[in-house]
Design a binder for this molecule. Structure first.
Ligand code: NAP
Ligand code: GFB
Length: 336
């Protein structure tokens, strides 16, 4: 676990206890893509004097276990929780393991939310995803549409498990007055992503493939037609928005955290941005035998814009370049 003692110092677990602060913020899933981005922005100045940040990985507690969840909550007695921990994966991993995505995430979410309630946590911010919305829908999708119909068949296990967080938040609020809410990020990418080419998401998968194609002088294979469309949010931008939600957002209703509809790109555009960022000379090959998954899940960030009209997202090409550079620099230790 990482103890952030003050604005510019992030301390690994066991290097000395932090001074007791008025807020103890427990980040479940703190070792993942989004958790690492939050740790980075907190340690680089976005943290506050009255905040002690604790970032967990599954080694601190397997949150599918009620006992281990209770133990880690009793150990840290958090006042606030950012709940990121989940079984996560790209389209192809979801298509293979819908039952596991359902069971693991339902257990994790029920354990975390019930412990938070039982130990009097003041506020919990959990994570849904724009890929859980109804597959047959009008566009743009907004926060009111979560339960308006079945999700896409490729990831129904994950989608229904995530939708239950919204149901739980409403129930804890109605029955106990808990301040439990959730954010709905679109596809996230950045440093510390899961670059595994089978199980990961499209951008880290293509970055890893481009790295190997460049080294071997081979072509880069993009799965599917390249026609599907996605909105991508850089993990560091999402991290900054998470801090705002934790500190300022008061609704139980979830809020979409995404770039605008106008920033939606095709998988082909995304692949070409990676070719440019990696200075890859080889050709792009499209493997039409692989699934395209959802064609699009265009989400509106109107609600976010009403709260934060001035928020600036990192330009997509710059974020892709920074992620590619991170991967090349950290190839040996990256998750792949
Ligand atoms: P990630 O990189 O795969 O990290 C997952 C985190 O959850 C890791 O810290 C992992 O710990 C932890 N975890 C998994 N199973 C656990 C268990 N049984 N007990 C305790 N911890 C466990 O995922 P991410 O992309 O950061 O996703 C974070 C959140 O954002 C998730 O709730 C996800 O659904 C949501 N989200 C992600 C995206 C995206 O495109 N990535 C989009 C929308 C929403 P270890 O490191 O020990 O494995
Ligand atoms: O990020 P991704 O795997 O998941 O993107 P989704 C899949 C899209 O990218 C499909 C194309 O159209 C794929 O055909 N694609 C092209 C690739 N090349 C690749 C590649 O090398 N790897 C991968 N993975 N895709 C997920 C949900 O949907 O969205 C999850 O299944 C999660 O539950 C995530 O919520 C945010 O965007 O399609």
């Amino acid at each position: 676990r990482i103890n952030v003692l003050d604005k510019n110092k992030v301390e690994m677990a066991g290097e000395g206890g932090g001074v007791e602060k008025s807020k103890r913020i427990l980040v479940t899933g703190g070792s993942g893509l989004v958790g690492r981005a939050i740790a980075k922005v907190v340690s680089e100045g976005e943290g506050r004097e009255d905040e002690d940040w604790i970032f967990l990985s599954s080694r601190d507690a397997d949150l599918t276990s009620a006992e281990q969840t209770r133990a880690v909550f009793e150990k840290h007695r958090p006042t606030h929780v950012i709940h990121l921990a989940a079984m996560v994966g790209g389209l192809f991993r979801n298509m293979k393991y819908n039952l596991d995505f359902w069971r693991n995430n339902v257990h994790i979410n029920d354990n975390v939310l019930h412990c938070a309630h039982e130990l009097g946590v003041q506020k919990v911010v959990s994570c849904l995803s724009t890929c859980i919305f109804p597959d047959k829908t009008t566009y743009p999708i907004d926060e009111t549409m979560i339960h308006n119909g079945p999700p896409h068949s490729s990831n129904f296990g994950y989608s229904y498990a995530k939708r239950m967080i919204d149901v739980q938040n409403r129930a804890y609020s109605q029955q106990y007055g808990c301040k439990f809410t959730a954010v709905i990020p679109t596809n996230v990418f950045g440093p510390h992503d899961n670059f595994n080419m089978e199980d990961g998401h499209v951008l880290p998968g293509l970055i890893h493939k481009a790295y190997l194609a460049k080294k071997e002088g081979s072509s880069l294979t993009v799965w599917g037609s390249g026609k599907p469309r996605r909105q991508f949010i850089y993990s560091l931008d999402l991290a900054r928005l998470f801090l705002w939600v934790l500190r300022e957002y008061q609704e139980v209703e979830p809020i979409i955290l995404s770039v605008g509809e106008e920033d939606e790109v095709s998988i082909r555009d995304a692949a070409e941005s990676i070719v440019e960022a990696m200075a890859l000379k080889g050709e792009l090959v499209y493997d039409g035998t692989k699934s395209d998954g959802q064609f699009k899940k265009t989400a509106s960030n109107k609600k976010l814009r009403e709260y934060l009209p001035q928020f600036k997202f990192t330009p997509f090409k710059q974020a892709v370049k920074e992620t590619c550079d991170w991967f090349v620099t950290n190839y040996d230790t990256a998750r792949k």
